[in-house]
Write a protein that binds this ligand. Sequence first.
Ligand code: AMP
Ligand code: MG
Length: 275
Amino acid sequence: MAYAHKLIGTHSIKLRDFDPEYDAGLKREQGEEKLKKLSAELTRLQELLYAAGQHSVLIVLQGRDTSGKDGTIKTVMGPLNSLGCQVASFKVPTAEELAHDFLWRIHKQTPGKGEITIFNRSHYEDVLVVRVHKFAPDKVWRARYDHINNFEKLLTESNTIVLKFYLHISKEEQEQRLLEREQDATKYWKLSAGDWKERQYWNDYTRAYEDALNQCSAPHAPWFVVPANKKWFRNLAVAEAVVAAMKPYEKQWMKRLEEVGLKSKAEIEAFRAKP
Ligand code: AMP
Ligand code: MG
């Protein structure tokens, strides 16, 4: 049973059709119990992915300020073996990055075979913040949907499993989270006047997200709309989708391990047999 809503073709979804409070009727304790099992499964699948070295996994996290991108990385990806797992955070582009095409800094961070990479923000900022704040002319950012689709196709044709998550929170929930940060000295470091400023563009971001989700969903690179008002459910939904995407490869990876193992064993035996 999937907890996030998967988009796999050209759509015309509206974010208002998705309830950010959705929790599949689960209690928090039930959700956390399920997450524990999924985490164990994810760790096991990561080891197979790493050892087989045939595929890569790219997890894109997008969402408004306070939607829980950092929290998802900490909770869902935290248990993974850091040997084969990286996080790449994309901030305001540097002068050098701006002097290149928008995918230049992105492509460099994509996962190699056997690796999982989590994008904390991504190439989608170039059709989100760039569009909302008119950092580039319409013609420039509009052309990027095709560039993104082609780029993600290239990645998947190079054996990358691409999964994109939009962490969906309500405007009220965001306000509450921003205010909570002001009440808790240990969270002061997260405070940013910019978050309150961006909030004024809520509807513009909604339109920009809807276009990105509608125009850049494909069976090989789906978007998932993740109900994210409840943090425990958000974690569960992301973990469930990642496990579901990796699981079909399990047998293939195990077969590969067996082949590699038998080959190495034969080599050792041949070495020992030499006089
Ligand atoms: P944070 O994720 O809170 O560390 O903030 C990173 C900031 O970088 C956000 O305000 C993003 O909108 C901004 N950002 C990321 N990518 C781009 C981009 N391509 N162009 C402009 N701003 C960006
Ligand atoms: Mg921020």
